[in-house]
Ligand binder design. Structure first.
Ligand code: SAH
Length: 347
């Protein structure tokens, strides 16, 4: 049987099957068939709902040195900032007034935010907004730290695995980091009861179709609640400054594959996709994505959370422009909803 049909029918695919599927990303018929299947699946579980999450980028200090990332330790040109607890709570307050019911605290791995400080911030947010979900995205931490965050009230955690091939992982990260540890963190997060998100960059330097096949196999096995994928975009002050960006088309195609692979997954149309293509996020929704994460960070700091070049942050994707975002989502045939939108896992 054709691999496209095999995927749609929910059969287990081999790595070779996935490689073949990746190669079909340039075949308009296969792309269309998979997109239609993905959209039908998304519709059957979520109707026309698109969930929104308020993204608060609370620190760009980072002790890590990932080769692709603009806020890596060795980028001495980065203008570093961190928000105070009050500023973070202000972002939540403003977001709440706009209707947000999920807040995502994302940042570099910043030692200033000790477990105690994080737990205090988490408790304060949950106390002020008990009806909201709180997501963390602050990288690799110890089991004990994750446990403290969870006990303080954090509900969800985003930690992209970045690539599921260990050789490719080493190409993207310095020697002190490892795929093994990243995977271990993801398992621990699930164990602790976080709704957990994994994911990867599309078109990162050296990525082969075999690597993407491994990413899809890994996602199937991990069965996360959320998956974040976006195209790699070079940043001028990183070792990958001269590398080409990933492809919007391939990213969108992979969104369809992931929707079919993990039917109920919460799948954002990411900022990176919107950065490379002004219609990128609409294309993501039209391929099976069902989440958008507008920027809720203080406007004065937005430019500083500079992961890659030309990152959009003050246009229609921003939280204060919810009205125009709503219109865009509607024009694409969907409906922006304000509910928490917790993920339901099929085991
Ligand atoms: N420190 C946290 C958050 C990282 S930023 C962590 O380690 O999880 C969130 C995501 O942005 C990363 O997981 C990565 O996939 C993505 N990212 C970083 N640099 C990028 C780049 N140059 N192009 C595209 N995406 C990038």
């Amino acid at each position: 049987m054709d691999v496209t049909e095999k995927l749609i029918q929910g059969q287990n695919l081999t790595r070779e099957d996935y490689v073949q599927l990746i190669h079909q990303s340039t075949d308009p018929l296969a792309v269309r068939r998979l997109r239609e299947a993905a959209v039908a699946i998304r519709r059957s579980y979520y109707g026309d709902k698109v969930y929104i999450r308020g993204l608060i980028e609370f620190s760009n200090y980072c002790k890590n040195n990932c080769y692709y990332c603009g806020i890596r330790r060795d980028n001495l040109n980065a203008h570093r900032y961190r928000l105070t607890k009050e500023e973070i709570l202000d972002c939540c307050r403003q977001g709440y007034a706009l209707g947000f019911r999920t807040f995502v605290l994302q940042g570099g791995e910043d030692p200033h935010f000790t477990d105690e400080r994080m737990a205090d911030i988490i408790r304060s947010i949950k106390e002020a907004h008990p009806d909201c979900a709180l997501t963390l995205s602050i990288g690799e931490q110890s089991y004990d730290s994750y446990r403290q965050f969870r006990e303080a009230g954090a509900d969800r955690y985003l930690l992209r695995h970045e690539t599921a091939d260990s050789t490719h992982y080493r190409r993207l990260h310095p020697p002190e980091m490892s795929l093994e540890h990243r995977k271990q963190c993801l398992l621990q997060l699930k164990q602790l009861g976080f709704q957990t998100g994994a994911g990867f960059m599309v078109g990162s330097p050296g990525q082969q179709p075999e690597d993407l096949a491994k990413d899809l196999l890994f996602l199937k096995e991990l069965n996360p609640h959320m998956v974040g994928i976006g195209p790699f975009i070079p940043h001028h002050n990183t070792p990958f400054a001269g590398e080409p960006a990933g492809s919007v088309e391939l990213t969108v195609y992979l969104l369809s594959l992931i929707r079919i692979l993990l039917p109920r997954v919460l799948l954002p149309a990411t900022t990176a996709l919107g950065t490379l293509d002004p219609e990128g996020r609409e294309k993501g929704l039209a391929a099976g994505a069902n989440v958008i994460m507008p920027n809720l960070s203080p406007i004065k700091n937005r430019k500083q959370y500079d992961l890659y070049d030309n990152k959009i942050c003050t246009g229609e994707e921003a939280a204060e422009c919810l009205g125009s975002l709503e219109q865009r989502v509607q024009r694409a045939g969907y409906r922006l909803v304000m509910e928490r939108g917790d993920a339901i896992l099929l085991s």
